[in-house]
Design a protein around this ligand. Structure first.
Ligand code: NAD
Length: 261
């Protein structure tokens, strides 16, 4: 009889990019609880230190590294540091996002600043770390996109609130989903899998979204509500684990049925 699939990340060296925001922290919780040797890399040293202390307090010795995804040199330094310390990299999670653009009429410099991180920085990250995993002959890349990478903007959701949806987000999340397919094809021969998850909107308990938005958003989903951040982690753990060794090039919606309705 064959062994049951393992969802554990024990003994796997995982680098997570972006770990201090609402979803980032929840992913750290999930990956650390699944047993990963976890290196969390982002820009804000103070926020990283708080994250490490919080994880330490619950028995998860998460490592932290400062990186600027907009800099190829910073990414190469991080890759070399991880390989030097751990000897291998089994997976990465690209969860970072930069939001310099606040609305449709914003200056084009804000669009360019967004692309520096969310398009160029994203590609530089997956190529730098994907090549390292290709050389090893195994690895898993999980990109965090959004349902907004597959659907249009719905102005009705935001009516009467101060909320809005910036256009760059729809461009780079859509690009992330299709570049994932290209990367899966590129790295398949090296046994490096590349997948993307597309979360729906996540409820923020610290600064809750407007009531009108929450009510309308709930109506757009099959489950009648936004996601809670911890509900995203299980799918990411699955895609990093040996339970998904024949899944590559996939886009997994985690959106309460929003895009299926
Ligand atoms: N919050 C939601 O409702 C929602 C829904 C769907 C998808 N997502 C996606 O989930 C991911 C994480 O969301 P979040 O709410 O935790 O975001 P966040 O904005 O709170 O955190 C983003 C992280 O990216 C890091 N970062 C930004 N620029 C960087 C750079 N140049 N170099 C290194 N690190 C950098 C930040 O330090 C931070 O850790 C994003 O990709 C987001 O688009 C979020």
């Amino acid at each position: 009889m064959s062994e049951p699939p393992t969802f554990s990340l024990t003994d796997k060296v995982i680098v997570q990019f972006g770990g201090t925001g609402l979803l980032g922290r929840a992913l750290v919780d999930a990956l650390a609880a699944a047993g990963a040797t976890l290196i969390v890399a982002s820009r804000n040293r103070a926020a990283l230190a708080t994250l490490a202390a919080t994880q330490q307090a619950v028995g998860h010795p998460v490592q932290i590294e400062e990186v600027d995804i907009g800099s190829a040199a910073s990414l190469a330094t991080l890759r070399d540091r991880v390989l030097g310390a751990q000897g291998r990299i089994d997976g990465i999670v690209f969860n970072a996002v930069s939001r310099p653009m606040s609305g449709y009429a914003d200056d084009l410099d804000h669009w360019r600043a967004s692309m520096d991180v969310n398009a160029t920085g994203f590609f530089a990250t997956v190529r730098t770390f994907g090549d390292a995993m290709a050389e090893q002959g195994s690895g898993s890349i999980v990109n965090i996109a959004s349902q907004m990478g597959s659907i249009g903007m719905n102005p009705w959701l935001y009516e009467g609130t101060s909320m809005s949806a910036a256009p760059d987000y729809f461009f780079h999340k859509g690009g992330m989903i299709n570049l994932t397919r290209y990367l899966a094809s590129h790295y398949g021969k090296n046994n490096v899998r590349v997948n993307v998850v597309s979360p729906g909107g996540i409820y923020n308990p610290d600064t809750p979204q407007a009531d009108a938005f929450l009510e309308r958003y709930g109506k757009m989903t099959m489950l009648g509500r936004m996601a809670d951040a911890p509900e995203i982690g299980g799918s990411v753990v699955f895609l990093l684990s040996d339970a998904s060794t024949y899944i590559t090039g996939a886009n997994l919606p985690i959106d309460g049925g929003y895009t299926a309705k």
